[in-house]
Design a protein around this ligand. Structure first.
Ligand code: NAD
Length: 231
């Protein structure tokens, strides 16, 4: 079986009803990301940060995976498929993908605010100020904020090394260090991009095929290419 490595971003979940932030003038659901997605924001106003992620979790409970998530899960029957996602939503899981690496954490999980440990499954429930992790510290969202290390990066780089095919879907490739992962793929790896816009071209191999469509329309074209190539 050929190995297909997918690098997904907020755009894959847009047609499920979750907004990206590059498409909203650098705002994430009307918030400047530096007010809600940095350690400084947490130190300055933890109540606002909790409220923001509680709202994202509630919103997530009300949306469904779309055909792009579902098609990727279906491709597992013919490909060794790994999804590396920058998304904190659980739509790849709910679509049925079984091999998912969350680079930037998971909305449905809380963790200690002292150390990178003591995780707690939340489902879609809120975190309240006063809710404690196992080490007694305030529970915070298990989200990698801007300026924090990305512990899953090495595992993701190892997956890229094994790829026969790479699919980049719904990511502007603006967020460091996720946008450096492509350099680990072999130079002759078959690479596809699905995104209605031009994306960080400096990070993409010259021979990449850009399917300039939304995720749901683009995934059909990609699937056809894939089976034509490897039938
Ligand atoms: N669903 C989520 O989990 C979610 C949502 C917003 C932001 N975030 C976080 O914000 C960061 C944003 O970086 P990013 O590169 O993932 O997103 P981004 O917002 O920087 O870029 C989104 C990309 O998706 C494309 N896009 C928009 N609509 C699309 C569609 N229908 N189909 C396909 N592509 C579409 C845009 O053209 C753009 O290139 C990530 O780290 C992520 O953790 C997550």
């Amino acid at each position: 079986m050929k190995t297909l490595v997918v690098l997904s971003g907020a755009g894959i979940s847009a047609e499920s009803g979750l907004k990206t932030f590059r498409d909203s003038d650098g705002l994430w659901e009307n918030h400047n990301i530096y007010e809600v997605a940095t350690p400084e924001a947490w130190n300055k106003n933890p109540v606002l940060v909790q409220k923001f992620y509680n709202a994202r979790r509630q919103q997530l409970a009300s949306v469904l995976p779309n055909n792009a998530h579902l098609t990727l899960a279906k491709l597992e029957k013919d490909f060794q498929l790994c999804v590396i996602t920058q998304n904190i939503d659980d739509l790849h899981e709910r679509a049925g993908s079984s091999n998912i690496l969350h680079l930037h954490g998971e909305l449905c999980v809380g963790k200690s605010s002292k150390v990178d440990a003591h995780y707690k499954n939340l489902g879609y429930a809120d975190i309240n100020m006063g809710d404690k992790a196992a080490d007694g510290s305030q529970l915070r969202p298990h989200v990698v904020w801007f300026g924090e290390p990305v512990p899953a990066l090495e595992d993701a780089a190892r997956l890229m090394l094994k790829a026969d095919v790479v699919l980049i879907i719904g990511t502007s490739l603006q967020v460091y260090p996720a946008n450096t992962l492509l350099m680990y793929a072999n130079t002759n790896t078959l690479t596809y991009v699905i995104d209605p816009q031009d994306v960080g071209l400096e990070n993409i191999p010259l021979n990449a095929t850009h399917i300039k469509e939304t995720a749901v329309a683009g995934i059909k074209i990609f699937e056809k290419h894939l089976y034509e190539k490897f039938k």
